[in-house]
Design a protein around this ligand. Structure first.
Ligand code: PLP
Length: 407
């Protein structure tokens, strides 16, 4: 008799976005005239830039001719893209990463989820609270999370590290054991960053304890401030303890096109095994590479023209982030994020829970946000707003909130 993976039975329902959708639909039905502004889900709205579109069109033409047709590509990604990444994303920062330490994929979510394939089930996993849910659920599926405690809203074997305004959104080192530590900077959902000194503490901890840091840098291109590492490998010692995930989704509009990459340094060795060799083996066995057309599109981001064009798109979102931050502050709110991130983490009014505040914004300002509590217990007392919307609607949303709070 076939048996299913019992860990899936332990997963709580994906409550957050379905509950948001349910409450939004119920409100819309009762108030069909309401013009809702969506600031909840983290998807982009600007189209792919012309340089990317042209490169993809040319790649489609390549596929039409036998001389330039591409069948299965290298599982690790095409050399033209790996070389462009190494040059701009690492060598330009003075970081020595080699082409064969880059693994192109169909996005960072898959890689964040799949990386556990090369790790033992007995590792103790530590995550920030609030957290991007993929890190937790993928470990739960692999049997690394223990059991879900409904009352505590926590898995019994996961170490949760509160990251709140109280600790400046920098998690404290865990007291007990932590073997695999997920860090995300710029952070989803809080929009905050870890600076070089803060990251150094984690790198030193990981090296001293033979732990591994899973560093999610999906929002790296939103960094505007000095002193904030764009890559964890800018921190001395990181190549012996960290894997880094990058994505073209939020930085170049690839949420629908699908492309990202993961860096596994050759110096990263645990149990006498090279994780670079293991990840290569894993990818060659289970992955046949990202599409040639999409990788050609991604490579166009690394041309002078492409870079200039995606910077325009990034500037559009950064301006939205500024409008939201300034708008909420003018309405009397305390907000975090926005400066190096498309996310704004807004403190709810004193004594108002995040779902309660979500409902207030939905019903009284017709704005959809994401309740912070949905990202973990320490997200209670916050809501997340995104800067990925249309500029005019973003301005209007802030006017509505200011009017509401002035009542
Ligand atoms: C959006 C996001 C990703 C991944 O996106 P892909 O589209 O799968 O590349 C990864 N990490 C975080 C924190 C994200 O918000």
């Amino acid at each position: 008799m076939a048996k299913v993976n019992p860990n899936y039975q332990k997963l709580p329902g994906s409550y957050l976005f379905s509950e948001i959708a349910r409450r939004t639909a119920a409100y819309s039905e009762a108030h069909p005239e309401a013009k809702l502004i969506k600031m909840g889900i983290g998807d982009v709205t600007r189209p792919l830039v012309p340089a990317v579109i042209e490169a993809m069109h040319a790649a489609v033409e390549d596929m039409a001719k036998s001389e330039t047709f591409h069948g299965y590509g290298p599982e690790q990604g095409y050399d033209f893209l790996r070389a462009a990444i190494v040059k701009r994303d690492f060598h330009a920062l003075g970081v020595d990463i080699a082409d064969d330490e880059i693994f192109i994929s169909d996005g960072a979510k898959s890689d964040c989820g799949n990386i556990g394939d090369i790790l033992d089930v007995d590792n103790v996993v530590a995550v920030c609270d609030p957290v991007y849910p993929v890190y937790v659920d993928s470990n739960a599926m692999a049997g690394r999370a223990g059991d879900y405690d409904e009352a505590a809203e926590r898995w019994t074997n996961i170490v949760y590290m509160p990251t709140t305004a109280e600790n400046g959104f920098c998690p404290a080192l865990p007291e007990g054991r932590a073997d695999v530590i997920y860090l995300c900077s710029p952070n989803n959902p809080t929009g905050t960053v870890l600076n070089a000194e803060q990251l150094k503490v984690w790198v030193d901890y990981a090296n001293a304890n033979d732990a591994i840091i899973m560093f999610d840098a999906a929002y790296e291109r939103f960094i505007t401030e000095e002193g904030v590492p764009h890559s964890i490998y800018e921190v001395e010692g990181a190549k012996t303890c960290a894997i880094e995930f990058r994505s073209f989704s939020k930085t170049a509009g690839f949420t629908g096109a699908r492309c990202g990459y993961t860096v596994v340094p050759k110096e990263l060795v645990r149990d006498g095994q090279s994780l670079n060799v293991m990840w290569n083996r894993r990818q060659c066995t289970k992955f046949n590479g990202a599409s040639y057309i999409i990788q050609r599109g991604a490579a166009a981001i690394y041309t002078e023209e492409g870079e200039r064009q995606i910077e325009e798109t990034l500037a559009y979102y950064r301006n939205n982030a500024r409008v939201i931050k300034e708008g909420l502050e003018a309405a009397g709110f305390t907000v975090y994020g926005a400066v190096n991130s498309p996310y704004i983490w807004c403190k709810t009014p004193e004594g108002v829970g995040s779902w309660e505040f979500f409902d207030k914004l939905l019903t009284e300002a017709n704005i959809i946000t994401t309740p912070g509590a949905g990202f973990g217990p320490s997200g209670e007392g916050y809501v997340r707003l995104t800067a990925f919307g249309v500029a005019d609607a973003t301005v209007e949303a802030m006017e509505r909130i200011q009017k509401l709070m002035a009542k």
